[in-house]
Design a protein around this ligand. Structure first.
Ligand SMILES: [Zn+2]
Length: 62
C-alpha cells in the first residue's frame, strides 16, 4: 500500500522531500478515515508526518 502510493507521489506533499517518505492517512484512522482507500493516502516525509500527526491530535481536542 505504501509502495503503491509512493509510485503515485514520489515526493512529500508538504515539503517535496524524497527522503524518509511514508504514506499518511489524510483523515486519521482514529477519526474514521478509510484504512485502505488510496484517496485517503498522501506521502509525507518523517518530519512532516510527525507535525501532521500532532496537528490532527490538537484538532481532535478542540
Ligand atoms: Zn517534509
Amino acid at each position: 500500500m505504501r509502495d503503491q502510493q509512493l509510485e503515485r507521489e514520489p515526493s512529500g506533499r508538504r515539503c517535496s522531500s524524497t527522503q524518509n517518505l511514508q504514506a499518511d492517512h489524510i483523515i486519521e484512522i482514529a477519526d474514521d478515515g478509510a484504512l485502505t482507500d488510496p484517496g485517503n493516502l498522501q506521502i509525507f516525509c518523517d518530519d512532516c508526518h510527525r507535525v501532521k500527526t500532532l496537528e490532527a491530535r490538537a484538532a481532535r481536542r478542540q
